[in-house]
Ligand binder design. Structure first.
Ligand SMILES: [Zn+2]
Ligand SMILES: [Zn+2]
Length: 329
């Protein structure tokens, strides 16, 4: 076995096809962290002094995000958010506890918000209610819309400067192609790291890290990431699942293809100011074509006209000192 292409000392064990080189575990971990830092700095995703909310699902990518940002930015400026969807067998108490434990090691606190507390129904209850009413809306739609909304509400509530999510390179290229196939220029522009939407700026520090790299990193570090599959896996968007497989094959035949595609989009796209309207019912930012937001619309279909939309456990935390358990689930 050959030696690492970077340190030249330790045995190489991770091959990076896009760079045609093999690294030892230590150098591989450092390579991932330094590429995350480079992307963060390139687009000024996180600046000194910024308070950052890290959206952490408990999956492999979220642990890599947590570690690479906590080693880069002062942990006292970081807060983690764990959203409990309320899907049986998924994101269980032990998964949340494991995430909290690892985060604590970096001095980062995790807040837990339950979809049921926020929207009045858990994701599982939304799906049951939708089925009972003969609605074709998929579980992933309820879940995705609710999670995105909770993230932005919590970010706003806490008054943080940035909201960071753990999307990787594969996720980003899949989304870009889906937007291209739909002819959705606004959606494509939103993917650009400098796009400006309403509210707290969303950043994706891991957008140039391959999914396999994130998985390898999480495995080398032995992170206790969630391996359970969501019970609604069969409702996952099929186009994305197919693209994932196709892009994986393409990358294998032409190493670096996904990275080149995203780099090209970064150069091509020029995000301008986005026009933002407010939901006439709850006041949250929404697309210009809508009068009520997507979440209000989905919940109304389920017979809920005034969902709680409360991140109330957070209200009492505002301005309170850090340290200690601020909100136990
Ligand atoms: Zn090395
Ligand atoms: Zn609304």
């Amino acid at each position: 076995m050959m030696n690492c292409a970077l340190c030249g000392v330790r045995k190489a064990s991770v091959f990076q096809p896009a760079k045609r080189r093999a690294l030892c575990k230590e150098c591989f971990l450092e390579d991932v962290r330094s590429r995350v830092r480079a992307e963060v700095e390139r687009w000024r995703m996180i600046e000194p002094g910024d308070r950052v909310l890290l959206a952490l699902s408990g999956g492999k990518d979220s642990y890599v995000l947590l570690e690479s940002i906590a080693l880069y930015h002062s942990p006292s400026k970081l807060v983690g958010l764990s959203i409990v969807e309320g899907i049986p067998g998924y994101n269980r108490e032990e998964d949340v506890a494991a995430l909290k434990e690892v985060a604590k090691g970096y001095g980062v606190e995790i807040m837990v918000v339950r979809v049921k507390d926020f929207a009045g129904l858990s994701v599982h209850e939304m799906v049951k209610e939708a089925r009972a009413r003969g609605s074709p809306t998929s579980a992933c739609t309820f879940c995705g819309v609710a999670r995105r909304r909770i993230m932005s509400s919590v970010a706003e509530e806490l008054g943080v400067d940035k909201l960071a999510t753990a999307h990787n390179l594969d996720d980003e290229v899949q989304t870009a192609i889906m937007n291209i196939l739909r002819g959705d220029l606004a959606g494509l522009l939103k993917l650009h790291p400098l796009s400006k939407g309403a509210g707290v700026r969303r950043v994706k520090p891991m957008r140039k890290i391959y999914e396999w790299e994130s998985a390898t990193y999480a495995m080398i570090r032995n992170f206790p990431f969630q391996r359970a599959e969501c019970m609604f896996i069969s409702e996952h968007p099929t186009l994305r699942a197919r693209l994932r497989g196709e892009l994986y094959r393409l990358e294998r035949e032409s190493p670096g293809a996904l990275l080149r595609a995203l780099e090209l989009l970064d150069e091509l796209l020029v995000p301008g100011e986005e026009r933002v309207e407010r939901c006439s019912r709850c006041g949250s930012p929404t697309a210009p074509s809508r009068s009520i937001c997507r979440l209000c619309e989905l919940l109304e279909e389920l017979g809920m006209r005034s969902p709680p939309y409360t991140t109330s456990p957070l209200l009492s935390l505002r301005g309170s000192d850090r340290g200690g358990e601020r909100y136990a689930p």
